[in-house]
Structure formats: structure tokens, C-alpha cells
Write a protein that binds this ligand. Sequence first.
Ligand code: ZN
Length: 266
Amino acid sequence: MGGVTPSADLSYRAPITHMGAMIDPIAEQGAGALVLFSGGQDSTVCLAWALERYARVETVGFDYGQRHAVELEARAAVRARIAAEFPQWAPRLGEDHVLEMRGFGEVAQSALTADRAIEMTAKGLPSTFVPGRNLVFFVYAAALADRRGLRSLVGGMCETDFSGYPDCRRETLDAMQAALNLGMAQDFAIETPLMWLTKAETWSLAKGLGGEELVRLIVEDSHTCYLGERDVLHPWGRGCGSCPACELRIRGWDGWVAQDRPVLRP
Ligand code: ZN
């Protein structure tokens, strides 16, 4: 096997070859993590979880033609604030990657990428469901992680509470992990620290990871609202307050506050 041809749309610092002499010593350890990071509440908690656990953590975001550039802007704001306010994590926070996937967005049009109302479809899925989105994300993330020498792929997928997205199920991700490892001759671990947590427990985990400081960061800087609303700061964060994403976030926040803001240690 010869050198690896760099792909045009995967950015990385230096070429890493599998069998060649130019193996990156950090890559060889294979101990770092790549966090699928959208700038939302869940992926921000996942980023903190990974920073607590791994010496090297990089982030990847996907531009698949979201209606709101707001989501991608939130990513930069969250990363900058983590670097500024969490000195224990700052040295571990590595590069950010944004992969352009507008072609996929065109194929998989839904309410998130096209001007369609957010409603339930005949299959019982919300029209915000983008078929195969997480599967595609993981293929791209794994290819990037291979180049970057990162073993853990961390995602904020969750089966608890309502989403009903079939590609958020652990069973799907177990199959994805097996496919990636077979198909890329790798040893990736897809880690989903929020899989069995309620939205209220996700706030508890945030507090357990980074105290009220991290909770405040998530409230002020992470983005969830499907409509891209950022102007008003509510106790639970910024958003319209009535789209399904805001409703879920509000329910989780209210539940957590009603329990007197408990702490969940990672
Ligand atoms: Zn909203």
C-alpha cells in the first residue's frame, strides 16, 4: 500500500500515511477524539465530555446547506469561549474542520435545508429528518479521523426523549461502527455519551463536567432553534421558543431546574 492521496475536501495539517515512514507520532497513539460538533446544546456537552477524557480533541462540522448560518457561527463562539474560560481544556482543544456537504443537502432535502414547514410525515418522522444524515456524517468524520490519527468519534445522538430519528439509535451506530472499521481497516469507537440521558440529565452532565460556568456558556452561546432565532436570551437559551427543537430544550431545562439543577458526574 502506497501513500494516501489527500482528498480535496478534507483539510488536515500534514499527510499521514498508513504504512509509510512518515507516521505522525500523535497519530500512532490513536488516542484522540473527533467530536461531531454542530454548536448545539448536545454537541457542546459532548465536546466538554471529550475534553475531560482525551488529551487531543478536534471538532468537525458539516455545511450541508443549513437554512441558517447561525449554527455554524455558534460553533466558533462555543469553541472560543471554551478556550478562554476553561484553562484545563484549552490546551486539549485542537483544530476545527468544516466539511462542505451541500451536494448531500440537495439530495436529502427536508425542512432544515428547504423551505418546508416543520410537520410530521407519513412515516411518523418529523419533516426535519434528513434521511441518512448521521450515517453520512460518520463516513466523513471517520475519513477525517483516519487522516488526523483520532480513534474516537463522539456524537450527541440520543434515544431518550423524543426525536424518533432512526439514525440516532445506538443499534444503527453499532452497525455504522462495524461498517467503518471493516471498510477502513480501522479501530474506531463511536461514542455517544448522551444516548441514554434525558434532556434534563444532559444539563446535569454539563454541570458535572464544567460547573455552572459551562451551563452558562451553553445557555448563551449554543444554538438549537430550527428557525435560527438568536435575538432574545431566555433562561434556557436563545430561540423562538416554539419550534420542536426549542420545545425540547425548554422541557429539558424546566425539568432540570424543577429538580434544583442536579449534577451528573461523567
Ligand atoms: Zn425555535
